[in-house]
Ligand binder design. Structure first.
Ligand code: SF4
Length: 456
């Protein structure tokens, strides 16, 4: 077989070709298509318009519907979007619909009078799609996963080709199971060493985006390799793959190792999803557009200042920047491990600025309420330090959303956030400013009231 990158190998396999090269256009068979409450209704509209009112999706077991964006809001149009997904799932016999409510005949309505903190979802609800997909056994090595969301690239952590697509493409995939893709050129990042204390996976990707620029990987695959990968947890790899799009990348992708296989086996078996998969093996001799070496042990806590994710600074060099708010959550920074790192820093102390915590999924909520750090649970530690923790796992203020979204920046202010994107207006008010950082740096900054280095 000719030497190919991870991305090329998968797209070659899924297009039935013997070889593919960057720049070629190929028809690719899709393994999983995910859509959510924001783009799902539009995608369904395109599907009906192009394939007819009576059309059936190409494979109801390969379509995953995850309401997660504008869920805990009184905005009736946002609530209605969840109902549209429910009606479509019923009509098409879609098995993997992670509804907000348990009543398949019901209507979703958020009850503001119950307050934002206590859970308002049923037993099937899954939370933020990119965290929910692996949790619920929909990410597998060697596959092609498409989603109507730019951070679908997160699933590249599991050695698959995963990328975001628009509603028109998604409507076409719903009807055919296929997509026309241009093979992206690859940038390879070889990681050496181990992350030092206080430095997290978020710092790795902020370092990379700062190095190549927030458009430095436009329509390119970001492939990771090197012995440093073995020291990264699956959560770490998800954080790094998640932000490929923040450098303009088509996808981010990791090699498959024992940790990948163990995670995918455990999740697919527990969830009863397809548990067979065929990883693609990394060939470091495959030609790439550029190759970079990064010594993880030399990295420091970083931030990306307003107004883009490539605006990298060392946290210790910008401690004069005051913050009005801190936020931990999202598909980038809302995992159990992210909250643990945060809790270790704020334990026994009190945050100085309003701080909002939004777990990515209900499972994260359960883990934080169960896991002990000394005498107390992680959840208790966070609440006692002043973090406003909600059980309503969702995207919340990560992308602003309706005005009553939990933690939304409704006035001009500066927020340090464990999320992934900080373009103007991203988390609410158009004159607000978002500083991206790791959960550890967000925690240290929340305690200080200004950007702070968590190693201090
Ligand atoms: S948490 Fe933020 S980045 Fe992730 S899917 Fe939701 S809105 Fe997008």
């Amino acid at each position: 077989m000719p030497k190919m990158t991870l991305t090329e190998k998968i797209l070659c396999r899924k297009s039935g070709r013997a070889e593919v090269r960057p720049g070629e256009n190929v028809w690719v068979n899709v393994d999983v298509l995910m859509t959510h409450d924001v783009c799902g209704p539009g995608t369904i509209g395109v599907f009906r318009r192009e394939f007819g009112k009576e059309a059936r999706v190409w494979d109801p077991n390969r379509v995953v519907l995850i309401p997660d964006h504008y869920i805990f809001t009184t905005d009736s149009l946002a609530n209605r979007n969840v109902d549209i997904l429910r009606e479509f799932a019923k009509e098409q016999g879609i098995r993997y619909f992670y509804d907000v409510i348990d009543d398949s005949e019901g209507r979703w309505r958020y009850k503001a009078e119950k307050g934002p903190f206590k859970r308002q979802y049923g037993s099937r609800y899954a939370g933020v799609c990119h965290s929910a997909l692996p949790e619920h056994g929909h990410t597998r090595p060697g596959e092609v996963l498409l989603g109507t969301d730019s951070h679908t690239c997160t699933a590249g952590a599991f050695n698959e080709f995963a990328t975001g697509i628009g509603n028109t493409d998604a409507g076409f995939v719903l009807g055919t199971g296929r997509i026309l893709l241009r093979i992206p050129p690859t940038l390879r990042f070889l990681l050496d060493g181990e992350l030092p204390s206080g430095v997290m996976a978020k710092d790795v990707i902020l370092h990379i985006i700062g190095m190549i620029g927030f458009d430095g990987a436009t329509y390119k695959a970001m492939e990771y390799g090197g012995e440093g990968v073995g020291g990264l947890t699956m959560d770490d790899r998800m954080t790094i793959a998640n932000m490929a799009i923040e450098a303009g990348g088509k996808n981010g992708i990791f090699p498959c190792d024992e940790a990948t296989v163990a995670f995918v086996r455990e999740r697919t078996e527990a969830e009863g999803t397809v548990s067979e998969f065929e990883p693609v093996e990394q060939d470091l001799g495959a030609p790439v557009e550029a190759e970079y070496r990064i010594d993880l042990s030399e990295l420091e806590p970083l931030v990306a200042l307003h107004p883009n994710p490539g605006n990298r600074r060392k946290a210790r060099e910008v401690t004069d920047i005051k913050i009005d708010r801190a936020y931990i959550g999202s598909c980038t920074g809302g995992k159990t491990s992210d909250f643990l790192a945060f809790a270790r820093i704020v334990k026994g102390k009190e945050v100085k600025v309003p701080t909002f915590g939004v777990p990515a999924t209900p499972r994260v909520v359960e883990e934080l309420q169960r896991a002990q750090l000394g005498e107390k649970t992680v959840w208790e530690i966070l609440e006692e330090s002043g973090v406003r923790m909600t059980e309503n796992a969702s995207c919340a203020a990560c992308l602003g959303g309706p005005e009553d979204s939990f933690g939304r920046l409704n006035s001009p202010m500066t927020c340090i956030s464990a999320t992934n994107r900080n373009f103007p207006g991203r988390m609410g008010h158009r004159d607000s400013r978002v500083i991206l950082a790791s959960p550890a740096t967000v925690a240290a900054s929340a305690l200080a009231g200004h950007i702070a280095d968590p190693r201090d």
